[in-house]
Design a protein around this ligand. Structure first.
Ligand code: BGC
Length: 407
């Protein structure tokens, strides 16, 4: 694996709400429990990673990886506005220390889709005060954890609310979302209710960008960590007649955020597929094209394209902070990842500053609105016993990671 530089990060990723379980104080916990709600399943115990993190870190280490990207949960750290839980911060301190003890590089995300319920009751990211609230939380967290953090991601996929709003990627009609928000507001007595995944992306975007900038400074003031945000980057391709719309989608959903990442230490590239845009909007995958469990086109070459796009528009270092596939047939995960990695090596050969490849995900976990249906994990999780079983793809990718580190 001579094509990967020394020190390259080989990791797997998770996010707190998707794996920890019982995230009671979060906004999504409430939405998951509304009648006729938006979610296929409630997150429930998830993978009980909150208690099993030691074992899971040992698992990824044993497979051959050298990095673990995970998130700390704002809803646990600040369950009431302005009241910070020392116990929750201590928990994450132990978790990050465990990574160091096992010679795993921790990459810590401060916001991965979920927020405290109180924050959603105030309108979430649509409220301009979100910027200060998020920075206040980051400051408390970094003061408690900063000496142990080498890599920090402020907001995961800060561009996804806008992408979902523009492309209706949730597949849920707006009136169903509005009804759920109304019900949530009634139940909590909040005036308004909005979450990162279900809210108005147009309204949230300026606040998300401002929150990234402000939290970047706050985090930098307390650590020597490398700091960046991560972005959901589809490769947008124009079908005949769709050139103008495609250019607009790329510029709003990708370019404006990549440009906002200029001057950061890195930008996290998270790519799953391409989206072709026709005259009147996004087109479904072509007839006969292979589709993943998410109904995305099986198109691993998108990663190379978005790395090149990110290098051009963000002009900073790049880390693939997520890439992967929801599929039942693990051989397709290997085929997908092999082709995606070929794209990474072509970028490296051309001198692009790519510093790591972090696969989504370590575990089969709670896939947001889709519940426990899609399986993105290198490791299967028994939903009853929580037993972990590495799939062939875990050994395959782990062996590549190990070989690349030993050259
Ligand atoms: C998110 C993950 C999610 C994955 C697969 C990304 O958009 O950051 O939380 O599970 O894609 O859909």
């Amino acid at each position: 694996m001579a094509e990967f530089p020394r020190g390259f990060l080989w990791g797997t990723a998770t996010a707190a709400h998707q794996v920890e379980g019982n995230n009671y104080s979060s906004d999504l916990w409430l939405l998951e429990h509304l009648p006729q709600g938006l979610f296929a399943d409630p997150s429930a115990d998830a993978c009980d990673h909150y208690h099993r993190y030691k074992y899971d870190i040992a698992l990824l280490k044993g497979l051959g990886f050298n990095c673990y990207r995970f998130s700390i949960e704002w809803a646990r750290i600040e369950p009431e506005s302005g009241r910070f839980s020392r116990a929750a911060l201590d928990h994450y301190r132990r978790m990050i220390a465990e990574c160091h003890a096992q010679a795993i590089m921790p990459m810590v995300t401060f916001h991965h889709f979920t927020a405290p319920l109180w924050f959603a009751m105030e309108g979430g990211w649509e409220n301009i005060r979100s910027v200060d609230w998020f920075a206040r939380y980051c400051e408390q967290a970094i003061k408690a954890l900063g000496d142990l953090i080498p890599f920090a991601c402020t907001i995961n996929e800060a561009n996804i609310p806008l992408m979902m709003t523009l492309m209706r990627a949730t597949g849920k009609p707006n009136d169903v979302i509005a009804r759920n928000h109304q019900l949530a507001a009634q139940r909590t007595g909040g005036q308004r209710f909005s979450t990162f995944l279900t809210g108005d992306g147009q309204a949230a975007t300026p606040h998300l960008i401002a929150a990234h900038r402000k939290s970047y400074d706050v985090i930098k003031a307390h650590t020597i960590a490398k700091v960046g945000m991560t972005l959901a980057l589809n490769e947008f391709q124009a079908a005949p007649g769709g050139e103008t719309l495609c250019a607009m989608a790329r510029s709003q959903i990708n370019t404006q955020f990549l440009e906002a990442a200029r001057g950061d230490d890195f930008v996290g590239v998270q790519t799953y597929t391409r989206v072709q845009i026709g005259e009147s909007g996004p087109l479904p995958p072509e007839h006969g094209a292979e589709r993943t469990q998410m109904d995305y086109e099986f198109y691993p070459e998108a990663l190379e394209a978005t790395l090149r796009e990110a290098a051009r528009d963000a002009q900073t270092r790049l880390i693939v902070t997520e890439n992967g596939i929801g599929c039942a047939d693990d051989q397709r995960r290997i085929a997908y990842t092999e082709r995606a990695l070929k794209g990474v090596t072509r970028c490296l050969a051309d001198g692009l500053p790519v510093d790591g490849y972090i696969h989504w995900s370590l575990l089969d976990n709670f896939e947001w609105l889709e519940g426990y249906g899609p399986t993105f994990g290198l490791v299967a999780v028994d939903r009853v016993t929580q037993a972990r079983t590495p799939k062939p793809s875990a050994y395959w990718l782990g062996a590549i990671a190990r070989a690349a580190q030993s050259h």
